[in-house]
Design a protein around this ligand. Structure first.
Ligand code: COA
Length: 196
C-alpha cells in the first residue's frame, strides 16, 4: 500500500493565549444593526445563550446603512424584546443577568476586547450572507486574532427574514406579526404612521 504523507498546514495561533476572564466566564458578543430586532435575531440569541455564559447584544452605531430607528430606540427595542422573551419563558431567556444590551460605536473588535468577549456571534441565513460574513470575520480576525467569530445557521423558520423586508411590509401596511414581536410591530406602525 502506498504511504500517504500528510502535508503540514501552518496554523495561525494568537500571539498570546486567550485570557481567562473572571470566573472563567465565556463572554460572547452578538453585534448588529437591529433595525428592528426580528424573531430571526431572537433565534440566534437563544442559541448563542446555549454556548456562552454571558451574551452582549451590541447595537451598532457605525453601520454602512441608514436605519429608520435611532441608536437609542434600536437598543430600547432590543431590551424590551429580551424582557418579552423572558416573560414568555423562552428557553435560555430565564436569566436576564446573562444578557446585556448595549450600543457601541467604533470598531467591533475593540468593543469586544474592552468587554472581554472572546467570541463574536453571527447568524448565517443563506449562501448569499456567506461572502460578506466570511470577509468580515477575516478582517476582524486580522484586527484582533484573540477574538473568534462563530457562525450560527439561522433556523429553517427564520432564514428568509430580514429587517429590510419587515420594514417594507410595515411601510405598506402589511402584517409583520410573523416576523417580529407585538411591541416591535407597534413601534414600526407608529414610525410609519407618523411619516404619512
Ligand atoms: N435571522 C433573520 N435576519 C437576520 C439574521 C437572522 N438570524 N441575522 C441577520 N439578519 C438580517 C438583519 O435583519 C439584517 O437585515 P437587513 O440588511 O435587511 O437590515 C441583515 O441580516 C444583516 O444585519 P445585521 O445582522 O444587523 O448585520 P449588519 O450587517 O447590519 O451589521 C455590523 C454589521 C454591525 C456587525 C458591522 O457593521 C460592524 O461590526 N460595525 C462596527 C464597525 C466595524 O467594526 N466595522 C468593521 C467590520 S469588518
Amino acid at each position: 500500500m502506498a504511504k500517504v504523507t500528510l502535508k503540514k498546514i501552518p496554523v495561525k495561533v494568537p500571539a498570546k493565549p486567550r485570557k481567562a476572564v473572571k470566573n472563567n466566564q465565556r463572554i460572547g458578543i452578538y453585534p448588529g444593526t437591529f433595525d428592528p430586532v426580528t424573531i430571526g435575531h431572537v433565534d440566534i440569541i437563544q442559541r448563542a445563550l446555549a454556548i456562552v455564559d454571558k451574551l452582549i447584544i451590541a447595537v451598532a452605531a457605525d453601520i454602512p446603512k441608514t436605519p429608520i430607528f435611532s441608536l437609542k430606540k434600536r437598543a430600547e427595542i432590543v431590551e424590551s424584546e429580551m424582557r418579552h422573551q423572558n416573560k414568555l419563558k423562552t428557553k435560555f431567556f430565564g436569566d436576564l443577568k446573562r444578557i446585556q444590551v448595549t450600543s457601541f460605536s467604533g470598531l467591533l473588535v475593540d468593543f469586544a476586547a474592552q468587554n472581554k468577549a472572546s467570541i463574536i456571534i453571527r447568524g448565517l441565513r443563506a449562501i448569499s450572507d456567506f461572502e460578506y460574513e466570511f470577509q468580515m470575520a477575516a478582517i476582524n480576525s486580522r484586527l484582533h486574532p484573540d477574538i473568534e467569530t462563530v457562525f450560527l445557521p439561522a433556523s429553517e423558520e427564520t432564514q428568509f427574514i430580514s429587517s429590510r423586508f419587515v420594514k417594507e411590509i410595515a411601510r405598506l401596511g402589511g402584517d409583520v406579526s410573523h416576523f417580529v414581536s407585538p411591541h416591535v410591530a407597534k413601534s414600526l406602525k407608529s414610525y410609519f404612521s407618523a411619516k404619512k
